[in-house]
Design a protein around this ligand. Structure first.
Ligand code: HEM
Length: 322
């Protein structure tokens, strides 16, 4: 009995130590010796694109989120489909992703300077951070050392939170990634930047219960405005997600608190005590604490399911495994 207890104790200890090591195995300045100019290359190449097309900022942030929530931050979202396997990229929730060309250009520049050193997963994490900062958003530290996955399955993309998710579904998806209720409401604040397709809210706007009606949780005085932009069959028009599109601020929370959140998943934040209190609190601030919270939650998100040490590989090109 005593021996059994001893063995169990050791197994627990080993699991705990390995768990901790793995969670902390990313570190700031990881490429300091192997590619000292890596972070400067990422910053400068990203800046070229953001300068020409500021809306890419939002797209790059979303790309990082969609990477981390499926198979962890392993850049599986960047892989192309092959003749035998359809990749995440081609799954329905990912068809509206943009900004791949920026990550590819940054990676090309990195490969020229230091071949085979910087992973696509780290590249994406840095690009997303730099793009947001270059657009006057918050800056967060990005510990590095992620490696690239070799698997990308389009069916996995359906595990991403859908825009019609209710608060229970949202909380459980975030919890399954090690993120709590605060992370959920804080990271949803990303919808302060960027756009959505009209088609994403078509049902909510034009046929909520199949009777040609609108979701009653949407501010009725806002509905005509949305309908004037989005016809029921519109597949292409893009809609700003908050009233100050492109500006990283707390207007998203102001909108949600006035029942003007674009998706049911945004509106759902009013259906939980904690998330609702946060929405209301931030709707009255000028963003200082939102930036602080955003930093903390982004660092957490960037550590989801990472591959480190000898796991995975360092891809040469982000769209293909080596
Ligand atoms: C909470 C669950 C979430 C849901 C259901 C959700 C859903 C969506 C959808 C449906 C779109 C628009 C797609 C389109 O029609 O083009 C979108 C856009 C966007 N999402 Fe989310 N999202 C969520 C959380 C997040 C998180 C955690 C982040 C970042 C950390 C994020 C960042 C963005 C950004 C920046 C855009 C705009 C993209 C662009 O302009 O290209 N979202 N989201």
């Amino acid at each position: 009995m005593a021996i059994q207890k001893h063995i169990v104790f050791h197994i627990l200890l080993v699991t705990l130590v390995f768990g901790v090591i793995n969670a902390n195995s990313l570190r700031l300045g990881f490429y300091k010796k192997t590619c000292p100019q890596a972070e400067a290359i990422v910053y400068a190449t990203t800046a070229k694109y953001i300068h020409q097309a500021p809306p890419l900022t939002a797209s790059l942030l979303r790309l990082h989120f969609h990477d981390c929530f499926v198979r962890g931050c392993d850049s599986s979202v960047l892989l192309n489909s092959t003749t035998t396997s359809k990749a995440e990229k081609d799954g329905l929730p990912n068809l509206s992703l943009r900004g791949f060309q920026v990550v590819d250009a940054v990676k090309t520049a990195l490969e020229e300077a230091c071949p085979g050193v910087v992973s696509c997963a780290d590249t994406l994490a840095l690009v997303a951070r730099d793009a947001i900062q270059q657009n006057k958003g918050p800056f967060w530290p990005v510990p590095l050392g992620r490696r690239d996955g070799r698997v990308s399955l389009f069916t996995d993309s359906f595990t991403l939170p859908p825009p019609f998710a209710n608060i229970t579904v949202l909380k459980s998806i975030f919890a399954s990634k090690g993120l709590n209720v605060k992370d959920l409401v804080v990271l949803s604040g990303s919808h302060t930047v960027g756009v959505s397709h009209c088609s994403t809210i078509a049902t909510r706007l034009h046929n909520f219960t199949g009777k040609g009606d609108t979701d009653p949780s949407l501010d009725p005085t806002y509905v005509p405005q949305l309908k004037s932009i989005c016809s029921p069959t519109d597949q292409t028009t893009l809609l700003a997600m908050d009233s100050t599109v492109g500006k990283f601020d707390t207007n998203y929370y102001k909108g949600v608190s006035k029942h003007r959140g674009l998706f049911q998943s945004d509106a759902a934040l009013l259906n939980d005590k904690k998330t609702s209190a946060y929405v209301k609190f931030q709707s009255r601030t000028h963003g200082h604490s939102f930036f602080e919270d955003f930093r903390a939650s982004m660092v957490k998100m960037g550590k989801i399911g990472i591959l480190t040490s000898t796991a995975g590989e360092i891809r040469k090109t982000c769209a293909f495994i080596n």
